[in-house]
Design a protein around this ligand. Structure first.
Ligand code: AMP
Ligand code: FE
Ligand code: FE
Ligand code: ZN
Length: 286
């Protein structure tokens, strides 16, 4: 069993990269990829601990993007070289867009009588990727909301008063940025968009493949068994590789466990060698 999708305190998870390696060993995983949102700053600690523990750690990332039809995707990068200049330039742009949007969210909250200073919110963010999860924690800490869930439902979730969309790259830019860093581009949780039909999923996968997609995350905590089967079928038909992971965030989403998802997730270790092979080929060619 392996897990190719999780988050650390470098983005919006609650465990440090080191803790994730120890947790993976306890759960009995054979490999773990750290795929923090928009940053690679957790990777040095992740790789160093893995080396000491003789554990297979895969450096990764997760990026959000939108296409010209406003369709949203999350793209996971696996086996990335965090030193890639092209990748780091894209990440710097994403952080700039985030910071612009954070300021707008705080303005809207102030208009709602829920003023928070940026410095106060930063106290709830351990890394450089300050986002809505940290704003939600700050709203709870100030007593403006009873829970993070309520903060999203009433204030900062999509469609709410203080919601501001953030500018994101296109799928093509995300996939290229990951490939420039020698990594594999994976369409994360393809069925997490509500009510996506199998044919719509296949069409989107085909479009992403044209942009250089390598794999689909067929095994995922929130996928129903039929969705996993459908994703596996689409991968086979389009000659895409298969990935899988829990999307573990620690106490941010306490219902999800590393490796096990909601309890029954089991990402087979057999999917890893073809992914590793393709990444090695890409890196040798680059
Ligand atoms: P951002 O990237 O700043 O827009 O924030 C997105 C992150 O917020 C996601 O990665 C989740 O970790 C978290 N999130 C989104 N919606 C919710 C929600 N309804 N409840 C709790 N956390 C959420
Ligand atoms: Fe997240
Ligand atoms: Fe995601
Ligand atoms: Zn994720």
């Amino acid at each position: 069993m392996i897990d190719l999708h999780c988050h650390s305190s470098a983005s919006d998870g609650s465990c440090t990269p080191e803790e994730l390696i120890f947790m993976a060993k306890r759960v009995g995983l054979k490999a773990l990829a750290l795929t923090d949102h928009d940053c690679t700053s957790g990777l040095p600690e992740f790789e160093m601990t893995a080396k000491q523990e003789k554990f297979e750690a895969i450096p990764g990332i997760e990026l959000a993007c939108r296409d010209q039809n406003q369709q949203r995707f999350h793209i996971v990068g696996l086996f990335i070289d965090r030193h890639s200049q092209q990748l780091q330039e894209m990440l710097a742009q994403i952080i700039t867009w985030r910071n612009q949007r954070n300021a707008q969210i705080l303005e809207r909250l102030a208009e709602e009588g829920k003023a928070l200073s940026l410095e106060f919110v930063q106290g709830y963010c351990q890394g450089e990727v300050l986002g809505r999860p940290h704003i939600a924690e700050a709203l709870v800490a100030k007593g403006y909301c009873q829970s993070r869930k309520q903060a999203f439902e009433q204030l900062i979730g999509r469609g709410c008063q203080a919601y501001v969309p953030r500018q994101v790259p296109s799928p093509q830019q995300c996939i290229q940025g990951i490939r420039d860093a020698g990594g594999l581009a994976v369409w994360a949780h393809p069925f997490s968009t509500s009510n996506m039909s199998n044919s719509a999923c296949k069409n989107l996968a085909r479009m992403l493949k044209e942009a250089g997609l390598d794999a689909i995350e067929a095994y995922y905590s929130m996928h129903k068994p039929a969705q996993t089967r459908a994703a596996l079928k689409i991968a086979a038909e389009l000659e895409l590789l298969v990935s899988g992971g829990s999307d573990f965030h620690g106490r941010q989403f306490p219902a999800l466990q590393l490796g096990l998802g909601k309890g029954k997730l089991k990402v087979p270790a057999e999917i890893l060698p073809p992914l590793r092979q393709k990444a090695l080929e890409r890196q040798a060619a680059g």
